[in-house]
Design a protein around this ligand. Structure first.
Ligand code: CA
Length: 234
């Protein structure tokens, strides 16, 4: 059975182009031009096995896509990728903290969308299976269970906090994790404003895990939003 995508986008041309491209990739696409359409399609799809992933525009004729995200998060764990023309950072962070899996600013290359969809689907797919404990990318090998990090076959020594931060990123590999999520999960809910902790520890991790800490290829900065560990090799 192909994976069912709910595409909520009021721009007719973009909706048609994306629908066509996603169908070519083998997805079953349900296009919605408004929030009302989206709710109707979701109710209908529930009877047929539900929706596997939602692509959500924010500015819609009958309201803001953010309200659909809130409704989705109350009842389900369906991954949601926000696709929006809004470039200001505050809503981006708010949406990620509210449970969106990722965020793409229009216009975006199709390949980027497909990659983010794969990552989001994989993360949800493993939700009922054992958590991710191994990550491999190039010469970097991370084994969370064994508490081991190797680069080029050599054991790297990480402090407990560095390891905790890295482990959090490994568990969301390929996805952006906001500053707030990282601070809350690694240091605790009362530390969510202490972004300087993150800068400090990310610098230390990059010095240990990147070939050139000044030009990171693994621990990527999402400006104003958070960090993303690149997807591991499969
Ligand atoms: Ca729109």
């Amino acid at each position: 059975m192909s994976l069912r995508v709910l595409l909520v986008e009021d721009d007719r041309e973009l909706r048609a182009t994306l629908s066509e491209s996603l169908r070519v990739e083998g997805y079953d696409v349900l296009p919605a031009a408004s929030l009302a359409d989206a709710h109707a399609l979701m109710a209908h799809a529930d009877a047929q096995g539900g929706i596997h992933i939602v692509l959500l525009d924010l500015g819609l004729p009958d309201g803001d896509g953010e309200s659909l995200l809130a409704a989705l998060r109350q009842a389900r764990s369906t991954p949601v990728i926000v696709i929006s023309a809004r470039e200001t950072e505050a809503p981006k962070i708010r949406l990620l903290d509210a449970g969106a899996d990722d965020y793409l600013v229009k216009p975006f290359p199709l390949g980027e969308l497909l990659a983010r969809m794969r990552v989001a689907l994989r993360h949800r797919g493993t939700a009922t299976q054992p958590a991710v404990t191994r990550y491999a990318q190039g010469d970097l090998l991370i084994d969370l269970r064994a508490h081991r990090v190797q680069r080029g076959g050599d054991d790297m020594h990480l402090t407990p906090t560095e390891f905790k931060l890295l482990a959090r990123l490994v568990r969301s590999a390929g996805q952006v994790v906001t500053h707030r999520q990282l601070l809350a999960d690694v240091w605790g809910a009362e530390f969510t404003e202490h972004t300087h902790y993150l800068r400090l520890y990310m610098g230390q991790l990059r010095a240990k895990l990147e070939a050139d800490a000044a030009d990171p290829q693994r621990l990527l900065t999402e400006p104003g939003v958070g960090y993303r560990l690149v997807e591991g090799d499969d």
